[in-house]
Design a protein around this ligand. Sequence first.
Ligand SMILES: [Fe+2]
Ligand SMILES: [Fe+2]
Length: 187
Amino acid sequence: MKKTTDAGNGQGTRKVEAKSSAAEGLKELFIDGLKDIVYAERALLKALPKMMNNASEPKLKAAIEDHIAVTEGQVQRLEQVFEILGESNRGKKCEAIEGLIKEGESIMEETEVGPVRDAGIIAASQKIEHYEIASYGTLAAFANTLGETEIVALLEATLAEEKEADALLTESAYNSINFEAAEEDEN
Ligand SMILES: [Fe+2]
Ligand SMILES: [Fe+2]
C-alpha cells in the first residue's frame, strides 16, 4: 500500500543524536542555561540603548532606560550565581536572543519614528521579556530541584524584574501608544 504520510518514521521524527559534549545531568543542563541567559543579558545591554534612542514617547524611553540599569544588575546577579557554582561566567551564544534582537532592528527599519515605531519597539521588547521570563522560570525551577536555594533566590529576584518590565510595557502600550499608532492609520 502506498504511504500517504511520513509521520512517525520520517527523518524529522527521529531521535536527535547527542553531541559528545552533551549535558549528562540536570546540573549541566542548568549551567548551559545560565551560559545562554548571561550571553542574552549582555547582548541586551548592547541592544537596548538603540531601542531607547528610537522610542519617542517619554515614558517608554524612561522605561527602557530603567531596564538597562536593571539589566546591569541582572548580569551581576548571574555572575554571583556562577561564582557560587564555581563556574566561569563566560556566556554561550544564544541564537534565540540574537533572533529577537534582529527582529527588533527590522521593526525599527520598517516603521517611521513616532507612535508606530514605538508600538513596534514595545512588541519586540515584550517578546524579549517573555523569552527572559521563560528562561529564568525554568532556571529557578532547576535550581530548586538541585537544592541550590541561594541561587533560587537570585534567579527569582531577576524573574520578578522581568515580569515587572513586561507589565510596564503592556501598560505603556495600552495607555497611549497603540491608540496613537492606530490614529496614524486613519490620517
Ligand atoms: Fe534581563
Ligand atoms: Fe528584561
